[in-house]
Design a protein around this ligand. Structure first.
Ligand code: AMP
Length: 249
């Protein structure tokens, strides 16, 4: 069974985002970029399925600029067998990414497509769902456990008040939640080996996909700085302060 994993290059989660002075977006010049954390989890799960003898090939796919090659190299160092870069400098919104991934799925015919539950830059949480709808495939989002039993995929998801386990026919689309696994650190020998693994580049045009954005970002601004708190000497003063706050609100 082939497994396709979608990995996005995003601003590293440790970096404080800087908004451009004209409010048109984030200033990413010279900022540290990394693989979206949920995609690392998705990649780890695919590699574990291969190590368990369930998956035969793991293919990492990223859509974006040439720099996304770095993200794909990380995926290869984690254990992916080959990588596909859908190269474009266009602004990619979730629907466009879902269409590109569908074209790759049509071509590769994987048994499982793993994505992160959301990208930490746009926080959209849409691509996996849109891909499943476009490809007409069953989906299980926010997976905290994945296993293959015969020709079915068993996926456990955390829902309000407990856990839900779904049984899906394959091929299926699964998006990873935080508790699915703890991704491995990539070792230096594996980084070296990854340099020799195949990486193919295709364009949206070659896949027959129009990636023109449907939404326009009007304005981006930083959230207001948090106001300093006050110290109160006793419980009576605390209750008074809370009452005053309630009046203001
Ligand atoms: P989103 O819907 O934007 O929150 O993204 C959800 C998931 O879709 C991510 O965790 C990735 O697995 C995948 N994804 C989104 N954008 C891209 C991209 N440009 N390239 C590859 N995968 C992506």
């Amino acid at each position: 069974m082939k497994v396709v994993v979608a990995v996005k290059r995003v601003l590293d989660y440790n970096v404080k985002p800087r908004v451009k002075s004209d409010g048109s977006g984030l200033d990413l010049a010279n900022a540290k970029m990394s693989m979206n954390p949920f995609d690392e989890i998705a990649m780890e799960e695919a590699v574990r399925l291969k190590e368990a003898g369930v998956a035969t090939e793991v293919i990492a796919v990223s859509c974006g600029t040439t720099q996304s090659q770095e993200t794909l190299r990380t995926a290869l160092a984690m254990g992916a067998d080959r990588a596909i870069l859908v190269e474009t400098s266009a602004e990619l919104q979730p629907l466009a990414v879902a269409k590109l991934l569908k074209a790759i799925v049509d071509r590769e015919a994987p048994g499982l497509i793993l994505l992160g539950k959301q990208a930490i830059d746009d926080d959209a949480n849409q691509t996996g769902q849109m891909l499943a709808a476009l490809a007409g495939l069953p989906q299980a989002t926010f997976a905290s456990k994945v296993s293959v039993e015969g020709d079915r995929l068993m996926v456990t998801r955390e829902v309000d008040g407990g856990e839900e386990t779904l049984s899906l026919p394959m091929p299926a689309v699964v998006t990873s939640d935080l508790r699915l696994n703890e991704p491995r650190y990539v070792s230096l020998p594996n980084i070296m080996k990854a340099k020799k693994k195949p990486m193919e580049t295709v364009t949206p045009g070659a896949l027959g996909v129009d990636v023109a954005p449907h939404l326009q970002t009007l304005h981006v601004e930083e959230s207001a700085a948090r106001k300093a708190g006050i110290k109160v000497p006793d419980v009576a003063a605390l209750l008074g302060a809370l009452r005053d706050q309630a009046k203001v609100l």
